[in-house]
Write a protein that binds this ligand. Sequence first.
Ligand SMILES: [Zn+2]
Length: 231
Amino acid sequence: MSRASALLSLQQIDDRIAALSSEITTVEASLRGDPELDRLRKAEAAAQEEHRTLGTAARLAELDAASLQSRIRELDRRLYGGTVRNPAELMEMQRELEVMRAKLSTAEDDALERMEQVDQSQASLQSASALVSARESQRADAMEPMRARLESLTAERDVLNAERDAVRADTDPADLSLYARIAAHRRPAVTGLAGDFCAGCHMPVSNEERRAVRTGTGLTQCANCDRILAP
Ligand SMILES: [Zn+2]
C-alpha cells in the first residue's frame, strides 16, 4: 500500500468512527430521556390543574345558586305565610323577591356554564393522558431495540478503533502529523484525482505531480489546497 493509500484508508476509518460516535451520542440521549414525553407529561399536568381549578369554581357557583334558592324559599314563605300584613312591607318583600330571582337566574346560568367548562376540561385531560400513555408505551417498545442498536454501534466502533490503531502503527509518524494538520482545516484531507484535477478543490494538477501520485512514491500534495493526493 502506498503512503497516500494508507492515509486514505485511515481517513475512511476516521470518518466512519466519527459517524458512529455521533450516532452513539444520539442513541444514548434517546435512552436517557424523551423530550416529547416530558412535554406531553407537562401538558397533562397543566390539564389536570386546569380541570381542578374549574371544578372548584363550578362547585362554588353551585353553592351560590343553592344559597340564593334557599333565601328565596324563605322570603316566599314569609311573603305568602300570612304573618306580614302591612301592604308597604309586602310590596318591599315582593320587590326584594324579584331582585333575588333575577340574581338566581344569573347564578344558575353561571353555574351551568362552569359545569360545561368542567366537562370540556375533563375531555382535554383525558386526551392529554391518552397521549402520555401512547408515548410511554411507544417508548417502552423502543427501549430494547435502542439498547441493542447501541451495543452493535459500540462493538463496530471498537473494531474500527483497533483497525485504526493498526493502520497508524504501520504509518510513518511524519505522514500521520501531516494528515492531522490538513484534516484539522480541510475535509477530506486525502483526496483523489478527477482527471487532471484535484478532486478536493478542482484545480489542475501538473503532469509531474499526477505521475508522482500514480507511482505512489512519497506523498504529493495539491499545490492549491494542500490536500494529500491519493491514486
Ligand atoms: Zn486541491
